[in-house]
Design a binder for this molecule. Structure first.
Ligand code: RFL
Length: 392
């Protein structure tokens, strides 16, 4: 009953890490509070950065996404001043996104982990992490039938997302915590509808931001900026499509292809960074380590990058007795986390103008327009955008 590595959570972070460890024949156990069906159907991210695809490919985890993912290299901006397309695939480092729904990636990663003889327990909630600053950490968990188990291990990877418990096992004085509420909320929608245009579309409108992002040939994600504390159920089907048409300026650029709204939820844009993301023998990975607003689609990509860095560090330490990489985990990840945070924050300012007609709001909308104009006309601005938009 003593796995070498105990991983809390079977999202992209925990599953990539588990697969890397199993490839090196390191004994690990993943504990996941939800059922397998639940995690395999949880729709979230879709835009995978070039570095993510590289990591997954190099580690034999990309068969599904290489077969079924779609490459995207263009995004589009629509404003009161007109519309323009940006072919970011031909700017910056020339990298593109691969669009592959997160739930499909999770399904592939679970199948591969089991093929590598990985041990995973679904419907098993970790209740607490103990003694993580000693050589023998242990956790208490509870299965769906109420049975309580204890596991001890050598290392714990906290991959339990933004609402997990791992972060709480780091004492207040052992890490610096940085937080920001961006004061913006999005109604996140999944529509049973093919994409309406070939590119990601960002619409800046007096009623607020609207976004269009492909997920699969028959599913599209849409976003509508909405007031904080908004009840997503209060939007009727008709009102959603009417508002999307209006903000996307369907009358000028062509109507959107409508379909049933399959899922809806409100995402409050907030960010969180912890430094360091290690305490004793506990390592935080993915959303557990740092939360990023979805404005630049970075969360799942950071999770995979961190899982890769930690996986390599653990393998080097356990197989080759080289502890240096493992000790450098936080230092290797955090500069990239901050750079992604900075770009996400820049995107929030690019896409959301303040409402109202007071002097400050009008001034800030002037800046927003200037920023969009730089993006439309300046090659070096476009290179900066492309490098950060697809890069991690
Ligand atoms: P996850 O995926 O949340 O997985 C954590 C897992 O831990 C489990 N868990 C526990 N298990 C056992 N015991 C406990 N006590 C536990 N507590 C929690 C949970 O059930 C879960 O299975 O975290 P991970 O692995 O760090 O991955 C992070 C990503 O999921 C997240 O960053 C992205 O989805 C963010 N995101 C996007 N990221 C991108 O890179 N590109 C995108 O296009 C993109 N679009 C999005 C997004 C997030 C969104 N929402 C819902 C906030 C779009 C949206 C709408």
């Amino acid at each position: 009953n003593r796995p070498t590595i105990l991983i809390v959570g079977a999202g992209p972070a925990g599953l990539v890490l588990g697969n890397l460890l199993r490839a090196a024949d390191i004994d690990c156990l993943i504990l996941e509070r939800q059922s397998r069906a639940h995690v395999e159907h949880r729709a979230r991210a879709g835009y995978l950065a070039a570095n993510t695809v590289r990591i997954l490919t190099d580690n034999g985890l990309a068969a599904g996404l290489l077969r079924n993912g779609q490459q995207h290299d263009t995004c589009m901006f629509r404003t009161d001043h007109g519309s323009f397309e940006l072919r970011y695939g031909s700017r910056g480092r020339g990298e593109v996104h691969t669009v592959y729904p997160q739930q499909d990636l999770v399904r592939d990663l679970i199948a591969e982990y089991l093929d590598r003889s990985g041990d995973i327990r679904f419907e098993t909630r970790v209740r607490d992490l103990n003694d993580v600053d000693t050589k023998q950490p242990w956790v208490t968990c509870e299965s769906a039938d109420g049975e309580v188990h204890q596991w001890s291990c050598e290392y714990v990877a906290g991959c339990d997302g933004q609402h997990g418990i791992s972060r709480g096992a780091v004492p207040a004085d052992a890490a610096q915590r940085y937080r920001r509420d961006h004061g913006v909320s999005w109604l996140a929608l999944l529509a049973q509808a093919p994409q309406s245009m070939a590119a990601v579309a960002y619409a800046v409108h007096a009623n607020g931001f609207a976004g269009h992002m492909a997920r699969s040939p028959s599913i599209t994600r849409y976003y509508l900026q909405c007031p904080r504390g908004h009840d997503p159920a209060s939007w009727s089907h008709e009102r959603i499509w009417e508002e999307l048409h209006l903000r996307m300026r369907g009358e000028l650029h062509g109507r959107l292809r409508e379909g049933q709204i399959l899922e809806r939820g409100v995402v409050d844009m907030s960010s969180y960074v912890m430094d360091p993301i290690q305490y004793g023998r506990l390592f935080l990975v993915g959303d557990a380590a740092s939360l990023i607003s979805p404005s630049a689609a970075k969360g799942a990509n950071l999770a995979v990058m961190e899982a890769d860095v930690l996986g390599k560090g653990l393998v080097a330490h356990l197989k080759g007795d080289d502890e240096q990489q493992l000790r450098g985990y936080s230092a290797a990840c955090l500069p990239r986390v901050w750079r992604a945070q900075e770009f996400s924050h820049w995107m929030i300012n690019l896409l959301h103008g303040p409402m109202g007609d007071d002097d400050e709001a009008v001034f800030l909308r002037g800046l927003q327009h200037a920023r969009l104009e730089s993006l439309r006309t300046s090659r070096s601005y476009q290179d900066f955008f492309a490098e950060n938009y697809v890069g991690i």
